[in-house]
Ligand binder design. Structure first.
Ligand code: ATP
Ligand code: MG
Length: 204
C-alpha cells in the first residue's frame, strides 16, 4: 500500500530478546510506523565462523515473540533466499513486496557502526531511512554515514544480548524476563543452546 511507513528489524534472533522488541516498539512509536517487519537472517555472513541455530528455530522464536503485537510481522525473505544475507537484498525484496511503502531500517549502535563494511552498504541508504538506536556498551554515532540518511534515537537501555542468553542457557542460568515467556519455553522444548554448556570439571 502506497504511503505505508514500514520498519525493518533485521537480526540473527538467536534468540530474539526484549532488547530487539523494545527497539522496534520505540521506533514504531516515535516514527509513526504502520508495521515493523522482523527479518531473521539466512546464513549470517558476519558470523559464518560461529555456530548459529537452524533458521527455522530462529524464525519460530521470532514469530512467538511478536505474535501478540498487531503491528509486528515476520518475513522469511532472507531465510528463503538462501545463502548469506545482505541487507541490500533484504530491503530490495521487502520494497518489491510493498510497492510505494517507505522503509525504515532499525539497527542498534553496534550494527550501525559497521554499515559501510556491508556489501552495497552505501546503496542501502537509497532504499531506506536508517534509524540507529542506543545500546548499552556501544557509542551511537553517524559521523561516517551519509548526511540525512540516518536518525539517531535514544531508547530505554536493556543490556541484553543473544550471546549472553545462549551463554546463560549453557550454564544453566535463567533467561526468564530477558526473552518473552514463549521463547523461554521454545528454547527448553527444542533443547537449544545446551551444547555450549561449560560444566565445571569434576576430575572424573
Ligand atoms: P548476538 O549477541 O548473537 O550478536 P544480538 O543481541 O546482538 O545477538 P542480533 O540479532 O545480532 O542480536 O541483533 C539484531 C539487531 O538488534 C542489531 O541491529 C542490534 O544492534 C540490535 N540489538 C540487539 N540487542 C539490542 C539491545 N539490547 N538494545 C538495542 N539494540 C539491540
Ligand atoms: Mg549482534
Amino acid at each position: 500500500m502506497a504511503g505505508r511507513r514500514v520498519g525493518v528489524m533485521g537480526g540473527t534472533f538467536d534468540p530474539i530478546h526484549h532488547g530487539h522488541l523494545v527497539a522496534a516498539s520505540e521506533v514504531a512509536g516515535l516514527f509513526g510506523l504502520d508495521e515493523v517487519v522482523f527479518v531473521p537472517t539466512g546464513e549470517p555472513w558476519q558470523k559464518s565462523d560461529e555456530q548459529v541455530s537452524p533458521a527455522e528455530d530462529r524464525y519460530l522464536m521470532t514469530v512467538i515473540a511478536t505474535a501478540s503485537n498487531p503491528r509486528f510481522s515476520v518475513s522469511r525473505v532472507d531465510i528463503d533466499r538462501g545463502g548469506p544475507t545482505y541487507t541490500f537484498d533484504t530491503l530490495t525484496d521487502l520494497q518489491a513486496q510493498r510497492p510505494g511503502a517507505e522503509l525504515f531500517f532499525i539497527t542498534g549502535a553496534d550494527a550501525l557502526a559497521q554499515i559501510m563494511t556491508w556489501r552495497d552498504g552505501a546503496r542501502c541508504f537509497d532504499l531506506a531511512h536508517f534509524i540507529g538506536v542506543t545500546r548499552p556498551g556501544y557509542t551511537l554515532a553517524d559521523s561516517h554515514l551519509p548526511e540525512g540518511g540516518v536518525s539517531l534515537v535514544e531508547i530505554p537501555a536493556l543490556a541484553i544480548s543473544s550471546s549472553d542468553c545462549r551463554d546463560r542457557v549453557g550454564r544453566g542460568m535463567p533467561v526468564w524476563y530477558l526473552v518473552p515467556d514463549g521463547v523461554v519455553q521454545y528454547i527448553e522444548k527444542r533443547g537449544l543452546y545446551r551444547s555450549t554448556a561449560r560444566r565445571p570439571a569434576t576430575g572424573l
